[in-house]
Design a binder for this molecule. Structure first.
Ligand code: C2E
Ligand code: MG
Ligand code: MG
Ligand code: MG
Length: 286
């Protein structure tokens, strides 16, 4: 009996493992096809500067529209892409597509704002990433300072030497650099001192219900103080409530991104936001 149930357990276990492996393989196959057949697309979440709520940038976020019309969010395929190595192609596609979109807006006479893209460091290949960045800028003629690259804090810490070389060379190209999800990695103060980022994005886990959490308030104030002292631009991610926006504004963090202001938008809808925006002050007076 013991043997039987043992064997039963074993075959059950292997079946579920191989089912999972099969599922992964199918997903990986579908993702390769997605890249080939252009099933990926970008949405753009505006970034707002308070108090005037001027749109000063956008974050490009990838989506996958499957042939049956289902739209898959990145949380459901980026990790697999990292594990299978497809992430390089995805991030290159995203960077090129974001630059092409900026170019198309410019050609339509729309005053553009800088757009940021997320680049994974999970399988960092410094030369490839630099090449991909150069290619996106050269192919579209977009000025380097209009492109910002967001690196997730926890991924950066895992490979400090590579990251240091990479960031220095990207900086030389002239692109802007942001630390994403700040506060969720090791938040090592040494890399903040050593690297030249332009922007710190405070992770949304601290922003969610900020106005109700004294602990989160303490952490967010400390991050803001540190960021300002080091000369970084600060953006709070995931601002969903007016109370949290007000709290952030009181603390002096004026850059905000979140559902309270806007969800990520289709390219056409973000273009409409740009067209309705008042001209920059210098353009109006000059
Ligand atoms: P992230 O870079 O931190 O992007 C912000 C995420 O927060 C986005 O989710 C955005 O839709 C969501 N968000 C914005 N405002 C709010 C809010 O007020 N409340 C809440 N709850 N969420 C908000 P999304 O688009 O699903 O992306 C998830 C993550 O996937 C991103 O986090 C990023 O790490 C990754 N990702 C997205 N696009 C790419 C890409 O092209 N390449 C790579 N490597 N990663 C990507
Ligand atoms: Mg991001
Ligand atoms: Mg991220
Ligand atoms: Mg983030």
């Amino acid at each position: 009996h013991a043997k039987q149930s043992g064997r039963g357990r074993f075959s059950y276990f292997t079946r579920s493992m191989s089912e999972r492996a099969e599922q992964r393989l199918a997903l990986e196959h579908a993702l390769r096809r997605a890249l080939q057949d252009d099933e990926l697309f970008l949405v753009y979440q505006p970034k707002f500067l308070l108090p005037g709520q001027r749109v000063f940038g956008a974050e490009a976020l990838v989506r996958w529209r499957q042939p049956d019309g289902t739209v898959v969010p990145p949380d459901q395929f980026i990790r697999l892409a990292e594990e299978s190595g497809l992430i390089h192609q995805i991030d290159e596609w995203v960077m090129l597509s974001a630059c092409r979109q900026m170019r198309a807006w410019q050609e339509a006479g729309i005053a553009i704002v800088p757009v940021s893209v997320n680049v994974s460091l999970a399988r960092l290949d410094v030369d490839r990433l630099l090449q991909g960045t150069r290619r996106a800028l050269d192919a579209t003629g977009i000025a380097a300072h209009m492109l910002e690259i967001e690196f997730t804090e926890s991924q950066m810490f895992a490979q400090q030497d590579l990251a240091r070389a990479l960031l220095a060379q990207l900086k030389e190209l002239g692109v802007s650099l942001a630390v994403d999800d700040f506060g969720t990695g090791y938040s090592s103060l040494s890399y903040l001192a050593a690297y030249e980022f332009d922007t710190l994005k405070i992770d949304r886990s601290f922003i969610h219900n900020l106005h109700e959490s004294a602990r989160h308030q303490a952490i967010v104030r400390a991050i803001i103080g540190l960021g300002h002292a080091l000369g970084y631009r600060l953006i709070a991610e995931g601002v969903e409530k007016i109370e949290d926006a007000q709290t952030l504004q009181n603390y002096g963090c004026l850059g905000m991104q979140g559902y309270f202001f806007s969800r990520p938008l289709a390219a056409e809808d973000f273009a409409a936001v740009l067209m309705n925006a008042p001209a920059p002050l210098d353009a109006r007076s000059g």
